[in-house]
Design a protein around this ligand. Structure first.
Ligand code: HEC
Length: 162
């Protein structure tokens, strides 16, 4: 490739990168548009307001009605591949009107509190950027994905998540 052609090629690549970066940002903005801005509430208040109606204030859920118990067990998901992503991609979390930064704080609060002692020590906290990414990815088969993760957990000797 002569120099002029390779410069032209470089310019086209750079232009493509700009378009990609722009459309990524626009998509993230569009996805965020229906959500509230960070609401200044504590994670506990957000949990009580947005989650406890189904999951109950203590996180024990209604397992016989399909709402899983998170109390003392949720942190096990972080032991195997796919678990960290799964617990944010479930519709109750992914589709909440909370801002990504509030979702990150809420997940960290759950893992540090209600989920204890199941959360592995030194678990890196969720960041708003990680939540943004996970919320932008669709999870097609929730029960199927969960079943695979639970099987992975069982193979690794973790049996609390049911
Ligand atoms: C309308 C009822 C409802 C609300 C509100 C709700 N969830 Fe859920 N949640 C469920 C159900 C049902 C499941 C089981 C998986 C599924 O079908 O989505 C679930 C699954 C989960 C899971 C995965 C746990 C597991 O063992 O599979 C987590 C984590 C979770 N919810 C957290 C939350 C948080 C945090 C909120 C609040 C921001 C919330 N949920 C709001 C009903 C709800």
């Amino acid at each position: 490739m002569d120099t002029r052609r390779s410069i032209a090629h470089g310019v086209r690549l750079a232009a493509a990168a700009v378009v990609l970066a722009w459309s990524g940002a626009a998509a993230a903005q569009a996805a965020d548009a229906h959500r509230l801005a960070p609401n200044g509430q504590t994670p506990r208040m957000n949990y009580l307001h947005y989650c406890a109606g189904c999951h109950l204030p203590d996180g024990s859920g209604k397992p016989d009605k399909g709402i899983p118990n998170m109390r003392g067990v949720l942190g096990e998901f972080l032991r195997v591949e796919g678990g960290r992503e799964f617990i944010v991609k479930v519709p109750g979390v992914s589709h909440t009107p909370l801002a990504d930064s509030d979702v990150a704080a809420l997940m960290n609060w759950l893992l540090d509190g209600i989920a204890q002692p199941s959360t592995p020590p030194n678990t890196p906290p969720y960041t708003a950027a990680e939540v943004t990414r996970l919320r932008s990815e669709r999870m097609v088969d929730i029960p199927g994905t969960r079943k695979e993760i639970v099987e992975r957990l069982e193979r690794a000797g973790y049996t609390q998540v049911r």
